[in-house]
Design a protein around this ligand. Structure first.
Ligand SMILES: Cc1cc2nc3c(=O)[nH]c(=O)nc-3n(C[C@H](O)[C@H](O)[C@H](O)COP(=O)(O)O)c2cc1C
Length: 224
């Protein structure tokens, strides 16, 4: 048999193999395996980075409402979970200095014009507002977004207030007979934020005893 004929027979065999269903299936399987391995490797690589970034963001938000001079503990490691108004667990960050509880930070939420508004608020040990910052919202730019500290200082109007100061019924926007300003042409958004902050104050009142017990003392008690 000539060299040329041998070559063409070999080429024919390869062509047959290439066209066979098994070959196609094996090839597809190999591609899928390589692609999924690449995806899961990159997922593992980015997962830690995303977690770290989320923790940094959270820490920065908490630091805006709980000043550094108020605590000597690591807030992200001083966490307790308590039932909120809707029975969902609320994550609370407890600030302590010299083993004494100085502040508590937790998120609150309610629904505005565009959807859910989530804010972080901090209270001191007597339930006075140290600060409120809106973390996320979908309110209309130019109308409802004045709840952001970057756009307006409206959110600072909660500072220093508590459930008794003003009285409970005054925890509403002025249009509803309350103490807080609404925005021109936009009452729904500030109304929702006032409602969320008020719910946070009521959460504090409900769980005061647990919230004001230092977590370290709780652990020691549990170990006995
Ligand atoms: C396109 C559009 C976007 C609006 N966005 C907001 C908003 O983000 N926040 C808000 O409070 N009201 C917004 N409003 C106005 C509300 O519909 C409502 O009129 C206003 O909040 C006054 O509410 P009140 O009647 O309960 O006082 C928007 C209205 C329109 C037409």
């Amino acid at each position: 048999m000539s060299q040329k004929k041998k070559k063409s027979k070999f080429a024919e065999k390869i062509e047959k193999l290439r066209k066979s269903v098994i070959f196609q299936a094996v090839l597809l399987g190999a591609f899928t395996l390589v692609a999924s391995t690449m995806l899961s490797t990159s997922d593992l690589e980015t997962r830690d980075a995303i977690k770290l970034r989320a923790e940094e963001d959270l820490k920065a938000s908490i630091e805006q409402v709980v000043s550094l001079d108020l605590h000597d503990n690591d807030l992200l490691k001083s966490i307790m979970y308590l039932a909120g108004e809707d029975e969902e667990l609320t994550t609370v960050y407890q600030a302590t200095k010299g083993g004494v509880v100085t502040a508590l930070a937790f998120t609150v939420s309610s629904y505005g014009y565009g959807g859910k508004i989530t804010a972080i608020m901090a209270l001191d040990a007597v339930g006075k507002v140290l600060g409120v910052r809106v973390l996320s919202h979908t309110e209309t730019p130019g109308l409802g977004d004045k709840i952001e500290i970057q756009k307006d200082d409206w959110v600072l109007s909660f500072n220093g207030l508590s459930l008794g100061m003003p009285s409970e019924d005054k925890w509403a926007v002025k249009k509803d007979g309350g103490r807080f300003d609404e925005f021109s042409g936009a009452t729904i958004t500030p109304r929702a934020v006032v409602k969320a902050v008020k719910s946070g104050l009521m959460f504090f009142a409900r769980h005061k005893e647990k919230l004001l017990t230092p977590l370290r003392a709780k652990k020691e008690e549990a170990a006995k």
